[in-house]
Design a protein around this ligand. Structure first.
Ligand code: CIR
Length: 258
């Protein structure tokens, strides 16, 4: 039985100072964000995931977006080197957390930069967005870390959104969900389902056909329910104001060698 563990990280009291790149800054309600984060974590637990809290990084406003700091493939945790310099210190507690779970640990090194939000795994295919946060050296290092383990790395140009996973994620059957206008090269994806809302492009696979999704995408939830999936909506409005989405608030670990 594969382990179902998920790393999460409590929001920093400085969350409202988080970076915004492609949208206008809006006021973030930090107390509401903490409530939403707790509900998100509870939704993971309700669907069989053990949540593991990485030590908080209170001085790092964006630290709740823990997905950007580590990429898992099989038992290997690749600690990233975030593209935004302001986010580099976030990796510190994450190294300890993954090492204590028995992962083999690897790193992205200078001059490489890579954000976990740019990495989408679909079986053994790893799509990596080359964009504002992930550079060519980061892509090369990702390939060197994971191709020897059986992955096939496909690079995707990303210029219209923050991360690759701001534009697309994948259903359990590998179908890519997204919106064509947000993609530089939509033809890169073999099976593509357009969704009616921007935040509808983001799903977290909970297992058993259940999809954790943002409550801000009700039409997409309806579409996916009609196709036989089971959407589990969570309100993450305060994180969306900082270009966060459901995927970026956790790192799911399924293949721990434990
Ligand atoms: N993987 C993600 O979607 N991460 C969201 C990061 C948002 C944060 N405000 C940032 O700009 O880095």
């Amino acid at each position: 039985m594969p382990s179902k563990k998920a790393l999460i990280r409590r929001p920093s009291p400085r969350l409202a100072e988080g970076l915004v790149t492609h949208i206008e800054r809006e006021k973030v309600d930090v107390d509401l964000a903490v409530e939403q984060w707790e509900a998100y974590a509870e939704a993971l637990r309700t669907h069989g995931w053990e949540t593991i809290e990485v030590d908080p990084a209170d001085d790092c406003p964006d630290s709740v977006f823990v997905e950007d700091t580590v990429v898992m493939y099989k038992n290997v945790a690749l600690i990233t080197r975030p593209g935004a310099e302001a986010r580099r210190d976030e990796t510190i507690g994450v190294e300890e957390a993954v090492a204590s779970l028995g992962c083999s640990v690897n790193w992205i090194w200078e001059p490489g930069t890579l954000d976990g939000g740019d990495v989408l795994k679909v079986g053994d295919t790893i799509y990596v967005g080359r964009g504002g946060r992930t550079n060519a050296a980061g892509v090369q290092q990702l390939r060197a870390a994971f191709e020897p383990l059986g992955a096939r790395v496909v690079t995707v140009p990303v210029s219209k959104v923050l991360h690759l996973k701001s534009a697309i994620t994948a259903l359990p059957d590998g179908t890519i969900l997204g919106r064509i206008p947000q993609l530089d090269v939509p033809s890169l994806f073999p099976r593509f389902l357009p969704v009616p809302e921007e935040s509808g492009a983001h799903v977290v696979l909970l297992g058993g056909g259940k999809l954790l999704m943002a409550a801000s995408a009700p039409k997409t939830a309806e579409l996916l329910a009609d196709l036989g999936h089971e959407p589990v909506p969570v309100d993450i409005s305060e994180f969306e104001k900082l270009e966060g989405c459901v995927t970026c608030l956790s790192v799911r670990m399924r293949e721990l060698y434990a």
